[in-house]
Write a protein that binds this ligand. Structure first.
Ligand SMILES: NC(=O)c1ccc[n+]([C@@H]2O[C@H](COP(=O)([O-])OP(=O)(O)OC[C@H]3O[C@@H](n4cnc5c(N)ncnc54)[C@H](OP(=O)(O)O)[C@@H]3O)[C@@H](O)[C@H]2O)c1
Length: 303
């Protein structure tokens, strides 16, 4: 088997994918792409070849992909020319002789015309570019990451409630770690050639479900507070988020409320061979300070 390269090695998902690959392949088979290799020094220290490359520097990509058989293309961040970034990466991979490229799109519902700006159009463009390239492809569509999930409802849920526009759709977020493990499986096992996966967590949750989960964790009510779109944006800006990010977060909330990401496919569970971490388990682990202080307060009362 030839070398496997993962882009975004300095980022969360790329790094975790390489860490899972290390459990399946010797480090000498693994390559990471980073704009600044120093940002992936931890991976280099484990023997992974970290190569310098930028999606907007075509020559750097062709050089970095030399001698590589498979590329995991972690999608570019929003608010840049993502079409150019992904086109460059796919075309450079083909020019460098790569055989198989996997790409991380965001999940889309079959037949839906919902458009997540910065995302849906560039994802369709990247998928079509890849499928027309003649390369072996795997599309690994992603749900909301549990680690960035509160981007949708802000950090102040305990003080102010879960403030989102009305809707009862569900979504099925998953952890980056489970997604990264699934990607490592796709890159190291047979049978994933020319496949499209939608990696959904399980169970799907609505915002009302999340408010209930947080209330349960906290031990007191965390209300679901229905706000207008305008209030949602204003709340986010008041909490310090720039307007374009607030508008982007609002689009995620609209998608969730419409049930755009609510279908359960079982792909993630099948790939990793176990149940993915649930939203409730994840949230229980990430609101520990409040839980601990409540537990302590209860303990003091009991004492
Ligand atoms: N499903 C979700 O909920 C969700 C949430 C957030 C993001 N995403 C998408 O998933 C991707 C991975 O997420 P993540 O959490 O791992 O994001 P992340 O931690 O921000 O990592 C993004 C990676 O992309 C690299 N990158 C950015 N621009 C690049 C360029 N021009 N050339 C080469 N590399 C470049 C970054 O390198 P530097 O270290 O040099 O910046 C970084 O390593 C994101 O880029 C975004 O498209 C999905």
């Amino acid at each position: 088997m030839g070398k496997i390269l993962v882009t975004g090695a300095s980022g969360h998902l790329g790094r975790k994918t390489l860490q899972h690959l290390l459990k399946r392949r010797p480090a000498s088979d693994l390559v990471g792409l980073a704009r600044d290799p120093g940002q992936a020094a931890d991976l280099a220290a484990q023997g992974i070849d970290i190569r310098k490359g930028d999606y907007f520097d075509y020559g750097s990509l062709v050089n970095a992909f030399a001698g590589v058989e498979k590329v995991m293309l972690i999608s570019s961040a929003p608010f840049v020319d993502r079409n150019a970034a992904h086109y460059n990466a796919i075309t450079a991979a083909r020019q460098a002789g790569v055989k198989h490229v996997a790409y991380t799109a965001i999940i889309r519902r079959e037949g839906s015309d919902f458009n997540l700006s910065q995302t849906t159009g560039p994802d369709i463009f990247a998928e079509q570019t890849l499928m027309a390239s003649g390369l072996i492809y795997t599309i690994v569509r992603q749900p909301a990451f549990l680690e960035t999930f509160q981007f949708q409802f802000g950090d102040k849920v305990y003080e102010k409630g879960l403030r989102v526009p009305a809707g009862d759709g569900k979504q099925a977020p998953a952890s980056r770690d489970d997604i990264a493990e699934a990607q490592a499986v796709v890159l190291t096992e047979e049978g994933h050639e020319n496949q499209i996966y939608s990696l959904t967590g399980d169970p799907a949750v609505s915002y009302a479900d999340i408010a209930r989960i947080l209330s349960d964790i906290r031990g007191t009510s965390v209300p679901l507070v229905v706000v207008t779109d305008e209030q949602y944006i204003a709340n986010y800006i008041a909490d310090g988020l720039p307007e374009p990010f607030a508008a982007f977060a609002l689009e995620w909330v609209h998608g969730a409320n419409l049930g755009e990401w609510g279908e359960l496919t079982g792909d993630l569970e099948r790939l990793i061979g176990r149940k993915p971490i649930t939203t409730a388990e994840y949230l229980r682990g990430t609101y520990p300070t409040a839980v601990a202080s409540i537990e302590a307060a209860k303990g003091n009362k009991a004492g």
